[in-house]
Ligand binder design. Structure first.
Ligand code: NAD
Ligand code: MG
Length: 394
């Protein structure tokens, strides 16, 4: 008999959330779902509650919470909570062992930090919270004795290729470099002129991964790799020059670790997030995930090339934000979220995204991110500034 682990899934109705519940559903003898949390997708939430009978279901949107309360049968015993407060409560509650942080964007910061401060095993998909408040989040993990298990496929690959302490702290002695792979996204071969005319659906048509719309646009602009570059520096305590981005269009090698002796360790697999999720849920054990075995003969070749920062300036902007330090990374992230939203609602062109970020980075003054309030203020200031930049573009 294994002791069941108790899990809260933040962002349960999204791409990562659904994949997480798919893996948990394969191992019902090992996991109990304590809470499911999302913004407003009532229909998906009802089905998830009926399937997993969580103690709590959180809807941030008030009308969605009311609708969910009406639709859930009383005998299920699921209590519906509403708003940010509900997110914080279920991410840090006593009795919860693991928290899957899979809310998209800056909206995930507070609950991710709450889980870290409460000493939970944190399955981190919400990369934006680390980009914004990396210093605070890593400090919270260390001080509370929380465990951080990276779910982003690249960081999960790096974690699998590095020596790791019993408390899940990665050890980078002997590591010379991390090679962060990038698919190059749907516009890898597109000219800047072609990208200027790209539609949201074209940007979201990722060649290898099926994901939410925000991260899909980030993958097309390479800002996803920029955010992941920052994420890798924080999680593995690496200097920026130790992280190199390598374009690998097949998305089979999920990332690599290069050692001082010339060894390079890689983690490979089909591009399906359930592998990384199962690794996080099961660590240090391995779980079945539903992902098909990798057929290297069918794949037959793996290609690698350098990223083109002239066509994809977001990567450079992310690197410059790391170099600038302080709240620059939070500003970069916030400006990107505003620009991606505007692109998805067809207010700006795809190629305007880096322009909005660059101009915002030029206008906002960076400070030391020594508290959540400071990070949130930088985020708010950057959003207001980016909105102003957008208004001038339209
Ligand atoms: P998604 O858009 O599919 O889902 C987002 C989830 O967050 C939904 O459940 C939504 O209801 C919830 N949400 C949105 N705004 C919220 C708010 N204000 N408050 C509370 N909940 C809110 O996104 P996704 O693709 O699953 O990505 C989730 C996170 O995981 C992102 O940070 C992304 O960068 C990261 N990630 C995703 C993938 C992937 O394959 N999808 C891979 C690596 C990392
Ligand atoms: Mg990734």
């Amino acid at each position: 008999m294994v002791t069941k682990r108790v899990v809260s899934v933040m962002g349960s109705t999204g791409s990562i959330g659904v994949s997480t519940l798919d893996v948990i559903g394969r191992h019902r003898d090992r996991y109990d779902v304590y809470a499911l949390a999302a913004y407003a997708s009532v229909d998906t939430m009802v089905l998830q509650c009926l399937s997993f009978s969580p103690r709590f279901a959180v809807m941030v949107d008030e009308a969605a919470a009311t609708a969910l309360r009406e639709q859930l049968p009383a005998e299920l015993g699921t209590e519906v909570l509403q708003g940010e407060q509900g997110l914080m409560q279920v991410a840090s509650a006593d009795g919860v062992d693991m928290v899957m942080a899979a809310i998209v964007g800056a909206a995930g910061l507070a609950s991710t930090l709450a889980a870290a401060r409460a000493g939970k095993t944190l399955l981190l998909a919400n990369k934006e919270s680390l980009v914004m408040g990396g210093h605070l989040l890593m400090q919270a993990v260390r001080q509370s004795g929380a465990r951080l298990l990276p779910i982003d496929s690249e960081h999960n690959a790096i974690f699998q290729c590095m020596p790791v302490d019993v408390d899940a702290t990665p050890r980078h002695e002997g590591v010379s470099k991390v090679l962060l792979t990038a698919s190059g996204g749907p516009f890898r071969r597109w000219s800047t002129e072609q990208m200027a005319a790209a539609t949201p659906d074209e940007a979201c048509a990722h060649p290898n991964w099926s994901m939410g719309r925000k991260i899909s646009v980030d993958s097309a602009s390479l800002m996803n790799k920029g955010l992941e570059f920052i994420e890798a520096c924080w999680i593995f305590d690496l200097a920026p020059q130790q992280v190199e981005v390598v374009v690998h269009p097949q998305s089979i090698v999920h990332s690599m670790v290069q050692y001082l002796d010339g060894s390079v360790l890689a983690q490979l697999g089909n591009p399906d997030m359930r592998t990384a999720i199962a690794y996080g849920l099961g660590w240090p054990e391995r779980l079945t995930s539903g992902v098909a075995a990798l057929d290297l003969i069918a794949m037959s070749r793996l290609d690698f090339e350098a990223p083109d920062e002239a066509r994809f300036p977001c990567l450079r902007l992310a690197r410059e934000s790391v170099a600038a330090g302080g709240t620059a990374m939070a500003v970069c992230n916030a400006a990107n979220e505003i620009a991606v939203d505007a692109f998805l609602s067809e207010k700006i062109r795809f190629t305007d995204i880096p322009a909005v970020i660059e101009q915002t980075l030029e206008r906002v003054v960076f400070v030391e991110p020594d508290s959540v309030a400071v990070v949130e203020a930088a985020d708010a200031e950057a959003r207001a500034c980016a909105a102003g930049v957008l208004a001038n573009l339209q």
